[in-house]
Design a protein around this ligand. Structure first.
Ligand code: URA
Length: 434
């Protein structure tokens, strides 16, 4: 089958069969398809879309470009969580120890931050010594010992996705629901899990800016997971404001430890418990959501979730003493407060702008090859809906050098909008898809 025929078929609105899609993916992986033809097909897919069957075939072909991990010898229903990404989106670091401490094995494969969104691996690496680059053998040992492994993608998992994503990134073809769905779900299916809970974010700080697009993405992801034998469900959560107070790697780890100690911001607790409860039901240790919520609360209150986090850190080479002594985490001495220019009601603390300000401080990366500074970041002291006085601190910026601060400051200033009228914010969880 010639590449040009596959491209023209999709360009003209045709439906590609399994063989055509498999030829495309294996051609991209082996290099037999040159980048210009692969990019042309990606653009045709972005413009013309894909049916559910085509998207499923694309996902399977990407899974088949690498290995599918077999975790069958590890007892229990293995459950992971995936978020489509946001700002201050740190729930994985709470869920993994909490759910593992409730008896569900959690093999968690995560990514790094890119653009204005953060990544779980960068957060974990702010813990001194923590290794995310475990081999698959080490991952399985960690799962057997502490019920959880938090690692990065290995090169054997969905290698076609790496090539396709790199092409999409530079050809304006990232924002396609079938392409995003196949990319996310191929990696999750290949990691050998039995069940998956997705957190699809919606709002300025998310991939999907509208509720309707987020729902379409959630439906597509859930359909692929269930059709591939991974029991999958999704919630749709708000991301127009950063989640919690902390944005930046070490700051976010500390916030997660606070939640594991029974403290921490209400929005982080809400989203974490919603996801954790669903993981416990899918993992077969709780009969229903009410029982799962009760189990989560008891596991937090007893200190078992915090203790499990310390054990996970130790298992992966990190310093578990950080859970009791935050001074062992990276930090910077310099901070500056951004204050309310006038009195009123805080109507907006824009997630995308805060994310970009945090990248400007050095907490994230604009390009894959950039390094991150684990210590810098932003604390969001007040949230939309709060009544504020003139001069009150809304944001605190933790910075290492003045040039970075100068780049971050105007973005952070623009993120804050103050109005005259009070308003009720929407709940964190906007919907669900089974
Ligand atoms: N995350 C992924 O892994 N792939 C995408 O295409 C988008 C977000």
């Amino acid at each position: 089958m010639r590449a040009v025929d596959i491209i023209t078929s999709k360009r003209d609105g045709g439906v590609l069969d399994r063989a055509a899609i498999a030829a495309f993916v294996s051609g991209v992986t082996s290099g037999a398809w040159p980048d210009y033809q692969a990019s042309a097909l990606l653009m045709a897919i972005l413009l013309r879309g894909m049916t559910a069957e085509e998207t499923a075939a694309l996902t399977t072909a990407i899974v088949d470009s690498g290995i599918r991990v077999d975790l069958g010898h590890i007892p229990g229903i293995k459950v992971d969580k995936h978020s489509t990404g946001g700002v201050g989106d740190k729930t994985s670091l709470i869920l993994a120890p909490l759910v593992a401490a409730c008896g569900v094995p959690v093999p968690m494969m995560s990514g790094r931050g890119l653009g204005h969104t953060g990544g779980t691996l960068d957060k974990l690496e702010s813990i001194p010594g923590f290794r995310v680059g475990l081999s698959l053998d080490e991952m399985q040992r960690a799962l057997a010992r502490v019920g959880c492994a938090m690692i990065g993608q290995t090169k054997d998992i969905a290698p076609a996705d790496k090539k396709l994503y790199a092409l999409r990134d530079v050809t304006g073809t990232v924002e396609s629901i079938p392409l995003i769905s196949a990319s996310i779900m191929s990696k999750k299916i290949a990691e050998g899990i039995d069940a998956l809970v997705l957190d699809v974010k919606t709002g300025s700080g998310a991939f999907m800016k509208t509720d309707a697009d987020s729902r379409r993405l959630a439906e597509s992801l859930v359909a692929i997971g269930n059709a591939s034998g991974v029991k999958t469900e999704a919630i749709i959560t708000r991301m127009e404001t950063p989640l919690g107070e902390a944005v930046g790697n070490a700051l976010e780890v500390i916030e997660c430890i606070e939640v594991l100690k029974g403290r921490g911001p209400a929005d982080v607790i809400d989203v974490s418990l919603e996801l954790a409860a669903r993981m416990l039901v899918l993992g077969g240790v709780a009969a229903d959501r009410a029982a799962a919520f009760a189990m989560c609360r008891a596991t937090l209150a007893s200190g078992a979730a915090l203790d499990r986090f310390a054990r996970i850190i130790e298992q992966q080479g990190g310093d578990p003493r950080i859970v009791d002594d935050y001074s062992r985490m990276p930090s910077v001495a310099q901070s500056v407060s951004m204050r309310a220019p006038r009195a009123g009601f805080l109507t907006r603390v824009d997630a995308e702008l805060i994310g970009r300000a945090s990248v400007a401080l050095g907490a994230g990366r604009n390009r894959v090859e950039d390094t991150v500074d684990p210590a810098v970041g932003i604390l969001v002291r007040r949230k939309p809906g709060d009544e504020i006085r003139q001069g009150e601190t809304v944001l605190e910026l933790f910075y290492r050098d003045d040039t970075a601060l100068q780049a971050a400051r105007p973005l952070a200033e623009r993120a804050i909008v103050i109005g005259d009228a009070p308003f009720a914010s929407r709940p964190m969880v906007l919907g669900e898809v089974h």
